[in-house]
Design a protein around this ligand. Structure first.
Ligand SMILES: *[C@@H]1O[C@H](CO)[C@@H](O)[C@H](O)[C@H]1NC(C)=O
Ligand SMILES: *[C@@H]1O[C@H](CO)[C@@H](O)[C@H](O)[C@H]1NC(C)=O
Length: 470
């Protein structure tokens, strides 16, 4: 009798949601997708997922450690990868079933920038979480120029305007100004470029013939894998970098560099990593795709619930060598609501890492479009594209239909609350202006967005023409 009542309740909830979910209904109705958990038998249940040693891989570690994968009937192995390129290649070949990815990776692969493959994402992993660190030498040169607060500490956010004279001095001395970022289509590359350009420093263009990204550059950006960032800075090969945690806080602990800004201050609540799988995997294993998305949503919720009450436990898990493998103290610095800049200058940033609240895990089309605008701005997309093109690529890669299918089952099962999900959205966030340069971003009008930047490609610009003009 009890079981029957429960089933009736589930049926009621199911009908209720089928009526109230406005947008993805078409997708749900075609329903190769399952409707209730007890029917959700994964086609493939032994899975291997890849990740890079960064704290924002947390949803994977938590889904594993808290048994959320297992509850979905999934037997998952988590495997750290050497770098982002290797990780993507192994997802494409099928050696990995899915992975923690840079948001730019599924988009770039799908449009054929770098390795071509149709990669999709049913789940965004987090908001914020990165920082820009400069060497002690650069900090000593910048610091006197930065306005001070009453207590003598530097006023935040620190703009790249204060780095510009340092770069000019390097130029006068005939020294190149090198900076590290983690991958050509990484959030970190775009965030570093955004910050530099907002301070009048040209971070350089890409072109089909020159993929260095250093055409016309005043700061020379190149790739270094995240865990190697501090050592590369210490060796003097680079004078600064943009990376995720714990690799900024580690520079503080080692005394080799000073974080000057977090990505939260460059763009408040910027979308970060995604979970990527091939389109082929999702087609071949539809139940598995929904099941793994369910487990990841629960992990995201666990990481943020009760006002981050579980973060201490998450830090202990992440510190283990099979995950991030860094000191608990270093990881805790950023995971528990603070961020340390110059040593001793620890400030509150409660939203430095967001894993669930603010609809963080919903794969918004507008997030995808933002990444595409940055690829266009810096010449990775060499030719002009229409606003429709941006929207079409976003819809091909970002799959809120899969996400909401998973979320709906979780609501039916009582694991999550209906109020925590944006059921009726068209996939575009409202225009946001909380960027360091005050520019407004509306994902519906990417070409107008690009026109607002003094530095960067826009309209019909081609890199070749710009270089001729210089
Ligand atoms: C996938 O789930 C559906 C319904 O949710 C179920 O009927 C089907 O048997 C499952 N597919 C496989 C291959 O197990
Ligand atoms: C989350 O989504 C809901 C529904 O679309 C929306 O009203 C709300 O503003 C969103 N929250 C944030 C922080 O974006």
């Amino acid at each position: 009798m009890k079981i029957k009542l429960a089933d009736t309740f589930r049926d009621f909830m199911r009908r209720h949601f089928l009526r109230s979910v406005a947008v993805p209904l078409a997708a749900l109705a075609v329903a190769a997708t399952p409707l209730a958990a007890e029917e959700l038998i994964p086609e493939k249940d032994e899975l291997k997922f890849g990740f890079i040693k960064l704290t924002d891989m947390a949803p994977l570690a938590i889904a594993y450690e808290k048994g959320f994968f297992e509850e979905e009937g999934l037997f998952v192995t988590l495997e750290p990868q050497a770098n982002w390129k290797v990780l993507l290649d192994r997802v494409i070949t099928g050696e990995l079933d899915g992975a923690h990815m840079l948001a730019g990776q599924p988009l770039a692969a799908t449009i054929g920038y770098g390795t071509e493959a149709h990669i999709i994402t049913p789940f965004s992993m987090d908001l914020n979480g990165n920082g820009i660190t400069v060497s002690n030498e650069v900090w000593e040169m910048m610091k006197p120029l930065i306005p001070k607060m009453d207590d003598g500490r530097p006023q935040h956010p620190i703009k790249a305007d204060y780095l510009k004279p340092v770069i000019e001095q390097f130029q006068d001395e005939g020294r190149p100004f090198n900076m590290g970022m983690v991958f050509p289509v990484s959030t970190h590359n775009y965030e570093l470029r955004y910050w530099l350009a907002a301070g009048g420093i040209h971070p350089g263009y890409y072109s089909p013939a020159d993929i260095s990204g250093q055409i016309a550059a005043e700061a020379l950006l190149s790739v270094t894998p995240p865990p190697q960032m501090p050592a590369t800075l210490e060796a003097g090969t680079i004078s600064g970098y943009c990376v995720g945690e714990p690799w900024n806080q580690q520079a503080v602990f080692k005394g080799i560099g000073v974080p000057v800004i977090t990505d939260y201050e460059i763009w408040k609540d910027n979308p970060e990593k995604v979970f990527g799988i091939t389109a082929e995997f999702a087609e071949q294993y539809p139940n598995t795709t929904i099941a793994l998305t369910k487990a990841l949503i629960r992990a995201g919720q666990w990481l943020d619930e009760n006002d981050n009450a579980n973060r201490g436990e998450a830090v202990e898990i992440l510190s283990r060598s099979e995950y991030v493998g860094a000191d608990e103290e270093v990881i805790a610095n950023s995971m528990t609501g603070t961020f340390e800049y110059e040593r001793g200058d620890k400030r509150e940033i409660p939203d430095f890492n967001v894993f669930f609240r603010y609809n963080a895990t919903y794969p918004y089309y507008s997030d995808a479009v933002w990444y595409l605008t940055q690829m266009r701005r810096w010449g990775q997309i060499a030719e002009p594209k229409s606003d429709d093109w941006y929207a079409e690529v976003a819809a091909k890669v970002y799959r809120p239909d899969l996400y909401l299918t998973a979320a709906k089952i979780l609501v039916d099962e009582g694991h999550v609350s209906e109020a925590d999900f944006p059921w009726g959205t068209d996939g575009y966030r409202e225009p946001v202006s909380e960027f360091i340069d005050g520019v407004t971003y509306d994902g519906r009008t990417p070409n107008d967005y690009l026109k607002q930047f003094p530095i960067g490609l826009k309209g019909d610009d081609l890199v070749a023409q710009l270089s001729e003009l210089e």
